[in-house]
Design a protein around this ligand. Structure first.
Ligand SMILES: C[S@@+](CC[C@H](N)C(=O)[O-])C[C@H]1O[C@@H](n2cnc3c(N)ncnc32)[C@H](O)[C@@H]1O
Length: 313
């Protein structure tokens, strides 16, 4: 795929840009891109935003690469397997919480402007900070339509008190986390759902089949093996899971899905696998180039070829 430099809007600096028949990728700051994008032009958003807000700064990414300090931590190993670094949310302070609330207030108001009426947002979060995401979305005018529970074992939590394991062998500081919440929001419909579906092609969720609706509980292992080799991003989400939510997001299989924080492009790959059009934004040039390479590989996986295939472990 050719990579070009393109100016998206006159006020915009030139950015890397790549496209395929089904998707467009921009190396840009999501907020700048959203401010320049035409209003009422996106049909759904599926995204996994940065959370520590600092974890994707070059300073923290360098610390992770060097394996020293910072927000990224290797979870404790119990079985000799090599663990991947995970960002720590327990170290977030009061001012970090305020910064998160501000970030999601800005994101929600930017998204409601570009979405068509009835457009859904699926936003990845975690049990410690989900309230800092959900409240700003509701305040911006979105309707909360539910929460998708991704059942996944992430190795977070469940530890005994630090440096006092022996003294308190029967105590965990917090539960071991076994699920990941994804907030589900909708921009209000224009009139009834049926009117909105006719006019905007949005407002509902695509069913699994005539007999089976889309459901809010999805079993999914973390991305591993060939999938991770194809897209070595520290926060890679598995195709098996993403394809299920992306598929539901365009009820009439028409329109465009946006991921403003695409990382390795896993949402865009899931959209391509579902035959949907999509747009991905990523500010980090290294991850942008990773996405350009990884998307065609991830999109080609057959369901079940990779881990995290949505089946109960
Ligand atoms: C949690 S990761 C997404 C990973 C993705 N789900 C995947 O499977 O690869 C969030 C991404 O947002 C990017 N990012 C952070 N701030 C951004 C911004 N203001 N605009 C666009 N991208 C941003 C980070 O570089 C990071 O790659």
């Amino acid at each position: 795929m050719a990579i070009a430099t393109r100016t998206f809007a006159s006020s915009h600096r030139p950015n890397l840009f790549a496209e395929d028949a089904q998707y467009k990728l921009f190396q840009d700051d999501a907020f700048e891109w959203l401010a320049a994008a035409p209003p009422v032009s996106i049909h759904a958003v599926v995204t996994d935003p940065p959370y520590g807000l600092v974890e994707y700064t070059s300073r923290e990414l360098n610390k992770m690469k060097n394996g020293k300090g910072g927000v990224w931590r290797i979870p404790p190993s119990f079985d000799g397997c090599q663990r991947r670094p995970l960002p720590r949310f327990t170290i977030l302070k009061q001012e970090d919480h305020q910064a998160l609330r501000k970030f999601f207030t800005r994101l929600a108001s930017s998204l409601i402007r570009v979405l068509v009426p009835g457009g859904h947002v699926f936003v990845a979060t975690n049990p410690l900070v989900s309230h800092l995401v959900y409240e700003p979305f509701v305040a911006a005018g979105f309707e909360k339509r539910g929460e998708i529970i991704r059942v996944v074992h992430t190795l977070r939590g469940g530890d005994r008190p630090k440096n006092a394991h022996g003294e308190f062998p029967d105590i965990s500081v917090m539960p071991k986390s076994c699920w990941e919440p994804w907030g589900l929001f909708r921009k209000p419909c224009e009139g009834r759902v049926q009117d909105n579906l006719r006019k905007w092609k949005t407002g509902g969720l695509r069913r699994l089949s005539a007999e089976e609706p889309f459901k809010d509980l999805i079993y999914s292992s973390p991305a591993r093996g060939i999938e991770r080799e194809s897209a070595p991003h520290p926060s890679l989400k598995p195709q098996g899971f993403l394809r299920q939510i992306v598929r539901a997001a365009l009820p009439m299989q028409q329109g465009t899905i946006l991921d403003p924080f695409m990382g390795s492009g896993s949402t865009i790959a899931a959209a391509a696998a579902c035959g949907y059009s999509s747009i991905g934004i990523e500010s980090n040039p290294e991850y942008f180039l990773l996405a350009v390479k990884a998307i065609p590989l991830l999109a080609k996986f057959e369901p079940g070829e990779c881990n995290g295939n949505g089946k109960k472990a």
